[in-house]
Ligand binder design. Sequence first.
Ligand code: NAD
Length: 502
Amino acid sequence: MSAVAEAVAIAPETSEFLARDHKLFINGQWVDAHSREKHAVYDPATEAQIATFDIADETDVDMAVAAARKAFKGEWSKISSHERSIMMMRLADEIDANLQTLAEIEVMDNGLPMALAKYTISGHAANFVRYYAGWPTKILGDTIPVSPMGVPNGESLTYTKREPIGVVGAIIPWNAPIAMFVLKLAPALAAGCTMVIKPAELTPLIALKLCDLIKKAGIPDGVVNVIPGAGRVAGAAMATHPDIDKISFTGSTEVGQRIVQSCLGNLKKVTLELGGKSPVVVFPDADIEAVKVGAIRAAFFLQGQNCMAGTRLFVHQDVFDEVIQGVAAIANAMKIGPGLDPNNDLGPLISADQREVVMSYIQAGKDEGAELICGGEALPGKGHFVQPTIFTHPHQDIKIAREEIFGPVLFAQPFSDSDLEAIAAEANKSIYGLSGSVWTKDISVGLKMASLIDSGQVSINCHAAVDPAIPFGGNKMSGWGREFGKEGLEPYLKTKSTTVIF
Ligand code: NAD
């Protein structure tokens, strides 16, 4: 057992996995990176090095794409839709069966608390794969009742077929590694595509562990290729690659824009899940106790490194002090520390760089005159920990209200208006439009506000209701397209129309 495993009492399987010589997963084999360059993985809670991995460059991208293309044209295309479902079900079962090890890897790689890691694996990842495993036999075309080319009615047949789009390049971020991996994998496999997946260079481990399970589930070699690599090298090579048919990207708006430009070369299809700065709107009749807990979850889930985070809290002035004091009391009581300790509620940020970014926003909040209600400090010692932080201010013309911070910083503002359009205008004062929530017992107010908020997803009396069947995605600069649900399959399919004259 490694020193790391002994110190934190992780399972022997986890120690064995961390100690491996992690290579690239191409064509079902572990292969050395072309450059032979290795990068280190650090536990953000302890700053200890926990693993090393091979980092992919442009040559490795070429190899992975070639493997995915070969599998797409070959064995995978001959496998029946029933069999695809069964393989995906087996993968979901493997994810459940490996819960403890997957959770420990995720916690040590990303920093999130253990209970959340287990939820993202069993509650989300396995079920997400299971949901899409139901789709392969239900991807239907149409018959079209026309008589083209002037042929008499009844002497022709026109039908459409939904075909897999081809080789998919998936580029994913570090904030929820397993969730992001399956978000791309499951609909792509259901549609019959093959893939090259590039995990974020900060969190490659769970993707590499999932390769073991993909193999065990019987998914043929070359269907899923996993190549951890730097964004500007491997990610950029994928975006410009002439033999990738589609890029599915989750990450920052800035990189998303760059990817769109890079994809112009072969006009590959692109879906983008980008940043957010979502509003949480609280009316005075809301269940205030539920609001307090809901606002905490909305803002500080994954230490606020969450695209759906509700980081702009608008509260009616009649209940503003009660809500803010209640939210601050919960925030102050949160236990901050390594995610492997099940008593901790909040883990570290992903890196020292990310902590620096977050601390610079906290400083900006102070400098621009926002009132600091709680938190505001990084914890001394090892680990990139930052206290859950709440600022209040009467308007949004300050940086911390406008920009995505991607850390545990909540901006709160009172409102006195009773005009829903005016409240919604304030909630919509953002370049983003990903998520949002409304808290009220008056369902007509809730529904009206939900329709006025310009986001891809709005929840009433909860925040960010997530289920594999509920479409999710961004308006405005939060993205292109939708993931989850039936809509989440569409970007992995293309339509072919066929007409036969009898
Ligand atoms: P990022 O954009 O820096 O990186 C995301 C991925 O893109 C990584 O794999 C990275 O290596 C790669 N990349 C970076 N530069 C690239 C380039 N030039 N070409 C190709 N690939 C490149 O984002 P991040 O810091 O990893 O994640 C945080 C961001 O992700 C936040 O803005 C957050 O809101 C967003 N996010 C969005 C969602 C969503 O579903 N909408 C979910 C999670 C995270």
